[in-house]
Ligand binder design. Structure first.
Ligand code: DQA
Length: 148
């Protein structure tokens, strides 16, 4: 049976392609989703891809994921820097989690240099553009393979 993974995207990532292209490039979230689905298929992973602008919805999604998915990749976007609720939900997941940021949050404004989730996830990728999602899928596949 193939491993099931979920990619969760936070606020404003639905507007990729339109917002701050200097930080995020011109790719749309739809195209990132397509690329992620293709890579997951190639690696034999069953992928669900989600986005929400609403903190509580993200918390609900993370909570309900713990019974369904073997691993999680999350770009919590702005909530990375503010949400104790998302951090607490991730802490309950208890399976591999990879944090992704398209931009290098440590080279940006001071308030982005703090991630409230980095110390409750397995690992992270930042500053490598949308390619970060693909690298995260590859790493997740290895993490899950080593578990089985
Ligand atoms: C982001 C970085 C966050 O600081 C920002 O709020 C985002 C996107 C990234 O992918 O680089 O919305 O998570």
């Amino acid at each position: 049976m193939s491993n099931k993974i979920i990619i969760i995207n936070g606020p404003n990532l639905n507007l990729l392609g339109e917002r701050e292209q200097s930080q995020y490039g011109s790719i749309t979230l739809k195209k990132i989703q397509e690329n992620c689905i293709n890579k997951s298929k190639e690696l034999g992973l069953d992928l669900e891809f989600k986005q929400s602008n609403i903190e509580g919805e993200l918390v609900n999604l993370i909570q309900s994921s713990r019974k369904v998915f073997d691993g999680m990749i999350i770009n919590a976007a702005a909530f990375t820097h503010t949400s104790v609720a998302i951090r607490d939900a991730l802490n309950i997941f208890r399976k591999p989690i990879i944090e992704v940021h398209i931009s290098n949050i440590y080279r940006r404004e001071e308030f982005r240099r703090k991630s409230l989730i980095s110390d409750v996830v397995t690992g992270g990728i930042y500053g490598l553009g949308d390619e970060g999602y693909i690298l995260a899928i590859i790493s997740m596949q290895k993490l899950l393979k080593n578990e089985n």
